[in-house]
Design a protein around this ligand. Structure first.
Ligand SMILES: C[S@@+](CC[C@H](N)C(=O)[O-])C[C@H]1O[C@@H](n2cnc3c(N)ncnc32)[C@H](O)[C@@H]1O
Length: 217
């Protein structure tokens, strides 16, 4: 029987991992996470710790430790675009004893620009092709998860095709949130897009301005 706990580790900064996540991680026999997640969560001397970032590598490690209490650290909150779903698909829901919720990078992004995240549509180009761009622009409030290839600069360039700047909207690039190197920049023009330096972890926010079709409360 597998005994997996999926532990939401937050967006990266030590202050954004919850106390319960730290407690649950401390109770596991085996901890699996990226180098940075393990550094954030810490570990105790008796634990077997793996620093692994590939999905297949993580799945192999889980399979190898059947019967032991395995804690898998995941980015942000386990409930959105997370390895948690893949773990359940592979090992079954009964193999996952608990999912510990956490702070999502999306929550942090909206907090940084002092906007609510009610009625936000979330799109992910993390490991996915840049498709459905018109759909993105039709929404009032959007968060786009990026990756190294489909980074904020590439996504925003692609969105200029179907009319990124045709309507009044605020556009932000939120990079390395909660980390020391965190940056949030507002993008107002094509020149601004050209000037974006690409980062490792990025979210693009598109928020239509009141009067341009935004139906928020
Ligand atoms: C596979 S998704 C995981 C999302 C995660 N479940 C969450 O709740 O934040 C990974 C993407 O989340 C975003 N992300 C995660 N951590 C971030 C951070 N510290 N700063 C900015 N974006 C981040 C990036 O778009 C990254 O490519």
């Amino acid at each position: 029987m597998h005994r997996i706990t999926v532990i939401s580790a937050g967006p990266g900064g030590r202050g954004y991992i919850t106390a319960i996540a730290l407690q649950k991680a401390g109770q596991c026999d085996v901890i699996i996470g990226t180098e940075q997640q393990v550094a954030t969560a810490g570990h105790t001397p008796g634990q077997t710790v793996y620093r692994e970032s590939s999905i297949e590598g993580i799945m192999r490690l889980i399979a190898r430790h059947k019967g032991r209490r395995v804690g898998v650290l995941v980015t942000g909150d386990a409930g959105i675009y997370s390895l948690a779903q893949k773990i359940i698909e592979r090992f079954g829901k009964e193999a996952v004893e608990e999912i510990i919720p956490g702070v999502s990078s999306i929550q942090v992004a909206f907090a940084r620009v002092r906007e609510p995240w009610l009625n936000v549509r979330v799109f992910s180009f993390h490991g996915r092709p840049l498709e459905g761009l018109e759909d993105i622009l039709s929404c009032d409030r959007v968060a786009v998860l990026c990756d190294r290839e489909n980074n904020a600069k590439a996504v925003l360039f692609a969105l200029t095709g179907p009319g990124l700047f045709d309507e009044a909207r605020s556009v932000y690039v939120c990079r390395d949130l909660t980390m020391e190197e965190e940056r949030v920049l507002e993008v107002r023009s094509l020149e601004d897009i050209e000037g974006i330096e690409t980062g490792r972890r990025e979210i693009v926010l598109l928020i239509k301005k009141p009067g341009s079709g935004d139906k928020r409360l």
